[in-house]
Ligand binder design. Sequence first.
Ligand code: ADP
Ligand code: MG
Length: 335
Amino acid sequence: MLEFDLIRRYFTRAAPGTLLGIGDDAALLRVSTGMELAVSTDMLVSGTHFLPDADPFLLGHKTLAVNLSDLAAMGAQPRWATLALSLPQADEPWLHKFSEGFFALAEQHGVELIGGDTTRGSLNLCVTIMGEVPEGMALRRSGAQAGDDIWVSGKLGDAALALAHLQGRVKLSSADIAPCVPALHQPVPRVDLGLALRGVAHSVIDISDGLLADLGHILECSKVGAEILFDTLPVSETLSTLSRAVAPSPPACGKGAGGDDSGSLIWRCMLAGGDDYELCFTAPVAHRGTVEDISRRMNLPLTRIGAIVADSGCIVRAGDGSVINIGVSGYDHFR
Ligand code: ADP
Ligand code: MG
């Protein structure tokens, strides 16, 4: 199949919110009056971000979901996307399912695919997403203030646990792992939450590289520190049962939680596991009630996990007040 047939058949859909969409040398967009354009790019590479035999429908979903998650973290309303594809071959059943997964999520969020690029090469999926946010209202990493509550949406660690299971680094029954697997393959971008946090949160980031690494970016950009209470971290039944079974209490500072035993794997899933795509945000104590209202309205757990402090650094405390040292931070491609 020819390149242009492929684009026409699988990636060209109506784009009524676009002046000029797919088919010319560039798309033309009109940004709404009073809005700023938020732009972000995220690339998924076979073998690094997904396994080569990944289900194409779920991969289409995830390719867009990880990008939507970045806009959510800015408090932006998603509008447009471009898609750059490098494909080993024009595998039509694969392309069909991939595009179905991509557009199913795009339609949910009113995102129009307005262009891209298609080449032959090793499997590589790259989206640039564009959204709108009222002037001056974007949620940044740099606004955290000492005294802010630290919140996270949803649950932490299931995606990392599912990956560890698939890679054989931990062995779990299918009943235990089944509820964790959707977090890895079908993350839900918290777009509505990001919109609701405009004017409420002081700072926001999406958790793609693990809680400590991503919260670390907020701390660095805001020039503050944090104290996290380990026992408050929101986890699934599976992770909470596992953490109670393998380790009655997490290791104190210096006891080598960075090792490879299953206990440290569990704690690392929670604190440093990648691929959560939840939002971590800080908000003043005065907005606690507002955040709880948002949580109820969205039927989405929002959990207070600690506080921003003036001194730099991030401390994680166990229930007895001792400091936990997990020994690793988040995922870094060049570490
Ligand atoms: P050019 O050679 O001028 O860069 P292309 O031949 O790469 O243009 O693309 C033709 C049209 O198809 C352009 O509008 C481009 O944005 C769009 N396009 C190419 N690949 C994709 C894709 N994977 N998804 C959506 N649109 C695409
Ligand atoms: Mg091109």
